[in-house]
Design a protein around this ligand. Sequence first.
Ligand SMILES: *Cc1c(COP(=O)(O)O)cnc(C)c1O
Length: 421
Amino acid sequence: MNSEELFRMAQDVLPGGVSSPVRRFEPYPFFAAGGRGCVLESVDGVEYIDYCLAYGPLILGHAHPEVVEAVTRQIRRGTAYGVPSEGEVELAGMIIDRVPCAEMVRFMNSGTEATMAAVRLARAFTGRDKIVKFEGSYHGAHDYVLVKPGSGAAAAPDSPGIPGATVSNTLTAPFNDEEAMVELMEEMGPEIACIMVEPVMGNVGCIEPMNGYLQFLRDITMENDILLIFDEVITGFRVAAGGAQEYYGVEPDLVTLGKIAGGGFPMGVLAGKREIMENIAPAGPVYQAGTFNGNPVSVAAGIRTLQLLDEDLYHGLERMGSYMRGGLRDILSDLDLNYQVAGLASMFQVYFTGEEVTDYRTARTSDTELFMRYFHSLLDGGVFIPPSQFECCFISAAHEMEHADRTLEAVEAALRECQGH
Ligand SMILES: *Cc1c(COP(=O)(O)O)cnc(C)c1O
């Protein structure tokens, strides 16, 4: 069956024909037949160079042979135990070695669960109810954080079905705006349990913190006895081995991880300072539990993936990222287009706006219709990027120069086409 037929059937049995909203695009998404390396193949027999990479986890590309082997070996020995297994201790140790703030680790199954647990833990630890998140930041799909969210919800913020009382304690602030945060702290500081931040905003495209902004958040949270939580579900193991906290040299109290940490399998991680983490049940009173927590298959994939992420690999990703961003800037300047190229390490995005993008408000000045024309032209040219201006493109270790050059050619053609040049 081809994608069109499958989508028609899917619409009957899956709301919107998909299992997660951002996957839907017009007229219908292609259905995956398989992936290998940096290539995703559709059931229609078309191959795409993949910069979506399952929205972040696949830093080694699809079906890396060594990850597949580690997982296969584990599956033969069982897929869930309900008792602890050695891999959990090993993976926890690897995370603690790399991620500066991590002294203890709780494994879960998704980034959503990790941020939910982080908020509960911060509230319990501080005895305060209010939390602060940033406009356009995305921390998963649970009630506490679906206020002015990013990602698939960026176009239609908030959601029905969330009691007002649940989010009355969720405050929002603009990213990269010190003054606004100082004001919020003056007004509410003593009631705030935590500030949760994506150190690089990865769910409204890709927005870096301004020079000194993360350190500013560190200082102002310390002054107000507030926990600083970095949501590194995207940036963890992506921008550096130790994530954004290593890259920018600012250490939070807690960190949430996911995506790459599971090596392509479901995973969520809450980690942080021992003094705080020891409050989690059964060591302490803050409840968190899960049938599949520390799942041995996800853990095996995570271990093998982290083992393969060495310094050389990060250098290679950095080089490829710079090459891509440089190539994009050259094309835009050749075509006399005043759009923004954003990104760092192996992350990038083009914003279809003339304004410099530093937060949610400026990101939303982008021409999203033009972006979708660009997306479709790229798709026709054999390149798959996430189908939204408000997502980020990722590069994997399987992307080679030849793929980058083919991609830049497709980008140039796409930009000419969607500009009507
Ligand atoms: C993807 C993402 C999440 C949610 O993770 P899931 O595994 O999809 O639940 C949370 N925070 C950030 C920053 C993310 O990008």
